[in-house]
Design a protein around this ligand. Structure first.
Ligand code: BGC
Length: 361
């Protein structure tokens, strides 16, 4: 009798203890916004990792891939992702960061519109104890936790070297990217590493260097038209920093019957550029497989949110600190290897790439 009572009391205590534990966990999950001490268990918040992802734009093909592949990997890792897109506006991007921080995200991933201005996003996040990953574009002069990108100086070198080997003499036009994007500067640096010796030898002349605001094709088209007019169409190569701008360059060349005669570089292997490469209107593009980038960033985001260290073995100085960095390798794409690169990888579909090739060639 006594032992039956004992067992009953013991069971009651066990049920009560389980109830209290569950209630405690639920209270932890629902505790309001912000990273507060009361919401953490052993320094970690219970529940799934919450990632904030700030994109600059979704208007170009590549960023849609970045978004989708990042979310896919984050979900696989059990994390949730909240995305906001600033459409090229710095004030909006800062506001979006503040909004996500107020909602209590654990880690913030940012494609900055302006690499300088975005330092204030990192400052706000740091105050809230939230680590920031600079995605594809470095955030300067800030305590950013990680930089995940491609080797952009190499991309610039690849573009310039490819054109220079095929047009070793003559007039060159440079269509650079957005002046607010640190990548645009790194690309230019890479291009000049290759072109400067040829300029110094007197082999080539850079007739103009133009920066396309917000990487816009319309800007690139305008600059190319002006340069062609000023040089009586005497330009042998246009070093265009990405496919968004090469598109504008090719429109300008096309309207003068020069597409396919003037060499043009690019970057991203987007569908229009891949078609232009197939048609011979764009000489090359640089393929940057997005999956490894998005995957590395999502994995790192989850680790940082859990307070784990990321060992990259490489750093890039951002003007304030040496930022641990993951820099992936870019791949040259031209008419000869479309099949073995972007098509083989499933990055672009063969039918799409060659759809207009016959008409354009
Ligand atoms: C990216 C390029 C992209 C460009 C325009 C750069 O920062 O690295 O891949 O084409 O922005 O969006």
């Amino acid at each position: 009798m006594r032992s039956t009572n004992c067992r009953k009391t013991f069971r009651l205590i066990a049920v009560l203890a389980a109830f209290i534990t569950v209630a405690f966990l639920i209270a932890g999950c629902n505790s309001g916004p912000g990273k507060t001490e009361s919401s953490s268990v052993n320094g970690q918040k219970p529940g799934p990792v919450r990632i904030g992802f700030l994109l600059e734009t979704l208007k170009e093909e590549r960023w849609l891939r970045d978004r989708d592949l990042f979310v896919e990997k984050a979900k696989e890792l059990g994390a949730t992702v909240e995305i906001q897109v600033a459409e090229g506006n710095d004030a909006v991007q800062l506001q979006q960061a503040e909004n996500l921080l107020t909602k209590g995200i654990d880690v913030l991933v940012v494609v900055p519109h302006d690499g300088q201005v975005a330092a204030s996003i990192v400052d706000k996040a740091t105050q809230a104890n939230v680590p920031v990953i600079a995605y594809d574009r470095l955030i300067l002069n800030s305590d950013v936790a990680l930089y995940v990108s491609f080797d952009n100086v190499r991309v610039g070198e690849m573009q310039a070297r490819y054109l220079l080997e095929r047009a070793p003499k003559g007039n060159y036009l440079l269509i650079c990217g957005s002046p607010t994007d640190n990548n645009a500067k790194l690309l230019y640096q890479g291009q000049m590493n290759v072109l400067k010796p040829a300029v110094d030898r007197g082999d080539i002349k850079i007739v103009a260097e133009q920066w396309a605001a917000n990487w816009q094709a319309s800007e690139a088209m305008k600059h190319t038209e002006n340069a062609l007019t000023q040089n009586n169409d005497n330009i042998v190569a246009v070093v265009a920093s990405a496919d968004s701008v090469s598109r504008g360059v090719i429109q300008a060349l096309d309207s003068r019957g020069l597409a396919g005669k003037v060499l043009v570089s690019g970057q991203d292997a987007d569908i229009v550029a891949s078609q232009y490469v197939a048609q011979g209107k764009q000489t090359m593009t640089v393929y940057k497989p997005i999956k490894p980038l998005a995957t590395a960033a999502a994995e790192a985001a989850v680790k940082l949110a859990r307070g784990e260290k990321i060992d990259t073995g490489r750093t890039v100085n951002n003007g304030k600190i040496d930022v641990p960095s993951i820099l992936l390798d870019p791949i040259i794409v031209d008419k000869n290897n479309l099949e073995d690169t972007i098509i083989k990888d499933g990055y672009q579909k063969r039918d799409e790439v060659f759809k207009t090739a016959a008409a354009g060639s």
